[in-house]
Design a protein. Structure first.
Length: 201
């Protein structure tokens, strides 16, 4: 008996597309050139749908200010993956307290949020990821002026949908820091003194 072990390339190699692969296993006589036998086997590579959205984030900001998070939306499967943002794809746990958020697709690929250039994500927005491809998604979280350091942290959840109904999510937790209060002291001088150079007022 001969046991043939077939190893499928990793998805990351780009050589694991779904479909059937036909392989031949040939036995050749060591002493007789024309004596051989061939067995044909077929290996089925299954379709793998896998999309990830990472990492989760955690920052602090000031009341009435905003903070930006960066996420990577990546296709880890072996087929091109249309990915969409549907329904309540972006939510804030403290929305009732005035927290809001917006999301953007990095349109120019520079990994920096460029307002006015990057694409605002709205319900129904979509992006198709090739095998092994990724896109940067920014989330900008706005804190209300009424927020204090004692307020509960706001958790923003960004959700992407792929393969009809599968989802992947990332969360951003934002707290409030009230920072330092800087005092500026002004000292008045006697303006009645004649300035240097002989000028008078």
């Amino acid at each position: 008996m001969i046991c043939a072990v077939v190893t499928v390339p990793s998805i990351q190699s780009g050589n694991a597309a779904p479909g059937n692969r036909t392989l031949e296993v040939r036995a050749q006589s060591a002493s007789t050139t024309g004596s051989n036998d061939v067995v044909t086997v077929q290996v089925a590579v299954q379709t793998v749908h896998a999309v990830s959205l990472s990492p989760n984030g955690m920052q602090q900001t000031y009341p009435a200010a905003a903070v930006t998070y960066s996420h990577t939306l990546a296709n880890l499967g072996n087929v091109d993956e249309p990915t969409s943002f549907t329904g309540s794809f972006l939510s804030d746990s403290q929305q009732g307290a005035g927290w809001t958020s917006t999301a953007y697709i990095d349109a120019n690929g520079n990994n920096t949020l460029d307002l006015g250039t990057d694409t605002l994500v709205a319900t129904g927005s979509s992006v198709t990821l090739a095998v092994g491809a990724s896109r940067t998604i920014f989330v900008r979280v706005f804190a209300p002026a009424s927020a204090t350091s004692a307020s509960p942290a706001n958790v923003t959840t960004l959700t992407a949908t792929y393969n009809t109904s599968a989802t992947t999510s990332a969360t951003d937790t934002t707290g409030i820091t009230e920072g330092l209060l800087l005092l500026k002291e002004q000292v008045s001088t006697d303006c009645a003194t004649t300035p240097a150079g002989g000028y008078t007022s």
